[in-house]
Design a binder for this molecule. Structure first.
Ligand code: NAD
Ligand code: USQ
Length: 408
């Protein structure tokens, strides 16, 4: 009975990317009809920056044919810019009539978003227009579509809150006009640390508005840093392999440390490495998105926000762990970012745990990642791409002024 209530067709915006590709395969493997929309801008950025995924990702057409061969399922694909081609997006939605749209289609690197005025503006234009176009198109289509968006833990900011970060909403008590105490729940105050993270904070307001005004059903997943490469489906055939970014702009911290260690390069810890962040394995990402598809908000519910993370770690502890496992050196380098030197970070993730998520921990997954991806592909790494060169302020640029206080 419950099965018949499950959605059958899902549009995955950004389905060629690091999270979107394995999610598309996972959901297709479960029997959902998947339609990918992607303008391949991430592959173009690689060309622009003369970078490549460490793993040999195949052109989208080869990927889709390989999946059909392996699974018997055909995933449809539309090359379309969600931020610029509103009419095209609306047409795809009308034609495909999905029950769910999963929105991964944003520029997702914080360092890339800070590199220049051009890239700050690109990130804002791309991310905000993409999100707003999707919301408008759902309303204009008149269909009851559940929108699932990939947001970020970074909307909460990385100060020390002194409490567990709740799932999106904060209970507050304020004084009323006659002095009585009033209790309310508000969106957790945002405190983004990069232009990229700021776009995710702005996305939240767009969701709040369209949920209130048009009663759209929206789930916003505040995801931590994703690590790992493979999922069960991407392992089925090498042509299905997922991308692996390791450069200073797109590589995320743990995956970078693993490849640096395997390539014999010192692990680049920014500043004191006192930053505590939230993490999740890519296999758990695809499982969480599945759980979000299977547990939609009801009509009239407020935006459902879930923290999509499984553990928190301090950057220098991760470096020490990778160093212990591989014997590589650690290099403490000047921090190119403007961020607190040290922070405590405690996060609630009860909503996913209550829906059946069984997290993969760093302890289980790390050795496999080292022996499989790191050793197999490290020889293809270009070590000139290891340093993170994008600085948060002009003052931090080497040769202009001294590095900002508190970031070393
Ligand atoms: P990615 O860059 O690998 O994938 C994004 C995909 O979207 C790319 O294939 C890109 O070509 C496409 N895209 C971007 N703009 C588009 C547009 N205007 N029209 C059509 N397609 C467009 O990034 P990812 O790591 O897969 O991240 C996916 C989402 O998850 C992002 O929104 C990101 O903010 C979020 N997220 C990622 C992480 C992480 O650690 N990777 C962590 C938290 C949240
Ligand atoms: N760091 C190092 N050394 C490195 C690289 C990073 O010490 O070589 C530090 C950074 O200074 C930072 C932390 O590691 O304190 C995390 O950096 P990151 O690049 O792994 O993560 P971030 O920039 O926050 O962005 C990534 C994804 C983004 C997602 C976010 C989730 O690129 O799309 O939204 O993780 S979160 O961090 O939870 O907001």
């Amino acid at each position: 009975m419950r099965k018949e209530l499950q959605p059958r067709k899902i549009i995955v915006l950004g389905g060629d990317g690091f999270c979107g590709w394995p999610t598309s395969l996972h959901l297709s493997g479960l029997g959902y009809q998947i339609v990918i929309v992607d303008n391949l801008s991430r592959r173009q950025i690689d060309e622009e920056c003369q970078m490549n995924s460490l793993t040999p990702i195949q052109p989208i057409g080869v990927r889709l044919d390989a999946w059909e061969e392996v699974s018997g399922q055909r995933i449809a694909y539309y090359p379309l810019n969600v931020a610029e081609d509103y009419e095209g997006l609306l047409e795809v939605i009308r034609q495909e009539a999905p029950e769910v749209i999963i929105h991964f289609a944003e520029q997702r690197s914080a360092p890339y978003s800070m590199k220049s005025s051009r890239l700050k503006r690109y990130t804002v234009d791309n991310n905000i227009n993409a999100t707003h176009n999707v919301l408008c198109a759902i309303v204009e289509s008149g269909m009851d579509i559940h929108l699932i968006h990939l947001g970020t833990m970074g909307v909460y900011g990385y100060g020390t809150a002194g409490m567990e970060i709740p799932e999106g909403y904060l209970e507050v008590e304020v004084a009323g006009v006659t002095g009585e105490r009033l209790r309310q729940e508000i969106l957790y105050p945002t405190n983004p640390e990069s232009v990229y993270h700021m776009t995710k904070s702005l996305d939240q307001l767009l969701f709040l508005y369209y949920n209130k005004n048009d009663k759209l059903r929206v789930t916003d997943l505040h995801q931590g840093i994703v690590w790992g490469t493979h999922t069960r489906e991407t392992l089925l055939d090498e042509r299905l392999i997922n991308r692996f970014d390791y450069d200073g702009d797109y590589g995320t911290v743990l995956n970078r440390f693993l490849i640096q260690a395997a390539a014999g390069h010192p692990i680049t810890v920014h500043g004191t490495g006192g930053q505590t962040r939230a993490f999740i394995h890519i296999q758990d990402t695809v499982r969480c998105v599945q759980l979000a598809v299977e547990h939609p908000p009801e009509a009239g519910d407020r935006v459902l926000i879930m923290n999509q993370m499984t553990e928190t770690h301090r950057v220098r502890d991760l470096a020490a762990l990778v160093s212990r496992l591989t014997g590589c050196e650690i290099a403490y380098v000047p921090n190119p970012r403007q961020e607190a030197a040290e922070n405590e970070f405690h996060v609630k993730n009860n909503l996913f745990l209550s829906k059946g998520l069984l997290p993969i921990t760093l302890n289980e997954g790390l050795l496999m990642e080292i022996s499989d991806i790191a050793h197999k592909y490290a020889k293809y790494a270009d070590s000139s791409k290891f340093p993170a060169m994008s600085t948060w302020t002009r003052q931090q640029q080497p040769g202009i002024l001294p590095v900002a206080e508190g970031t070393l």
